[in-house]
Each structure stands twice: as C-alpha cells, then as structure tokens.
Design a protein around this ligand. Structure first.
Ligand code: GLN
Length: 206
C-alpha cells in the first residue's frame, strides 16, 4: 500500500531522510506547516540541534499538533536530535529544554563527550531484516544515549562505546509507533531502519 511519510523540515539533515525514503519508494514530503502534517501518515524527525528544533517547533506552531498526532498513534522516527525530541526526559540540556515526548525514555545529550564527538560503530540489531547476520554501520555525531527506559520500551541496539567499566547504553529503541536511534541511519546507505519504520507506517495506516 502506498503511504506518505513526512520529514520535519525546520532544521537538520532533512534532505538525507527524504532521499532514504525516496529510495525505498515511499512518497516523502517536507513538513513545515500544520496542513503538511495533516497530509502524512508517518513523520521522521531528523538529526540536527534539539534546542533549535524546539524553538522552531513553537515558532511554527507545530509542537502541539505533532504531540496530538503522536498521542493518536502516528508513527514517528527520530534520529539523534530527533530521538531527543521524542524523549520524555532529557539530561544535559539547558534548564527547561522542552521536547515533544511520547517515548518513555531518559536521554543524555552529547553523552559520548567531546573527545569522541563523532564515531562509527557496527551494531547488531536483530529486529531488522538480516539484523543478526549483518551489522548496521552506525554513524554517531554528538549523539545522545538512552539512560533509562520505561517498561513499554523495547531496546533494539546497544553501544559498546560507553567507556570502561560502564554498562552499555541503549542507542536504538521502540515504543509502539515510536522509533528512535542515537545515530544517523540516513547517512551511510544502510536503509534497514527506514525500511523498518516504513513497515510500521504501512501497518498503522492499514
Ligand atoms: N547534540 C545534538 C542535540 O543535542 C544532536 C546531534 C545530532 O543530531 N547529530 O540536539
């Protein structure tokens, strides 16, 4: 079945997500206005800068409409800053940083520290097609990690980059229609996370 997926286009790596969805044969449209939001069956929130995105969401009067779509089950996929926007709780942000919420997780912003601003890691993600056999090459850029998950949150992948002696942190999670990754599946050409998300959108639209 054909579905239309939006990419929140206020800030961040919008084009990469539109391209990934395009490659998968999905109708992908940028979303900047309420009317555009109303026309999509799923939404991607890209990587970028979560505090800037927060300001723009309010400037464009999109925060409440997106929250309301989330609460009525619209599938949303957040990568990196997008994961922060979906988190109920944020550590390491400025006082009072707002998010859209919906995902019962606590994220730590810029969790990996300055010395490892960006890195790549091979992650095993059994949920994805071929996920146990073929790791996902994950690109992390000033990424958050998931510090706590509520009971309804399924952890899809962990990082081993947490530092010596620390427990490994979740970097990909799903709670019903919400999917989030600390890293950027839209760069690097492995589209299995997008494929997984599109399947969520299709089954929720069906
Ligand atoms: N550090 C950014 C933030 O806190 C996220 C970085 C990214 O999306 N690549 O919003």
């Amino acid at each position: 079945m054909s579905v239309t997926v939006g990419v929140l286009a206020l800030q961040g790596d919008v084009r990469e997500h539109l391209h990934a969805l395009d490659v998968l044969g999905v109708t992908a449209v940028p979303v900047r206005r309420v009317a555009e939001l109303a026309a999509v069956e799923g939404l991607v929130i890209p990587g970028g800068e979560s505090t800037t995105m927060d300001k723009l969401l309010h400037l464009f009067d999109l925060a409440d409409p997106i929250r309301s779509r989330i609460s009525t089950g619209m599938p949303v996929f957040g990568s990196c800053a997008g994961m922060i926007m979906l988190a109920e709780r944020v550590i390491g942000g400025p006082e009072g940083q707002r998010t859209l919420g919906g995902l019962d997780i606590t994220v730590r912003r810029n969790a990996f520290g300055r010395q490892v601003d960006s890195f790549e890691e091979d992650l095993t993600v059994p949920t994805l097609r071929d996920g146990s056999a073929r790791p996902v090459r994950a690109v992390f850029i000033r990424a958050p990690w998931v510090e706590e998950t509520g009971p309804d949150v399924e952890v899809l992948a962990h990082t081993m980059m947490g530092g010596v002696g620390e427990t490994s942190h979740a970097v990909a999670v799903r709670q019903r229609n919400l999917l989030a990754t600390s890293f950027h599946p839209e760069v690097g050409g492995d589209l299995r996370f997008h494929e997984y998300f599109v399947a969520l959108v299709r089954s929720s639209a069906a």
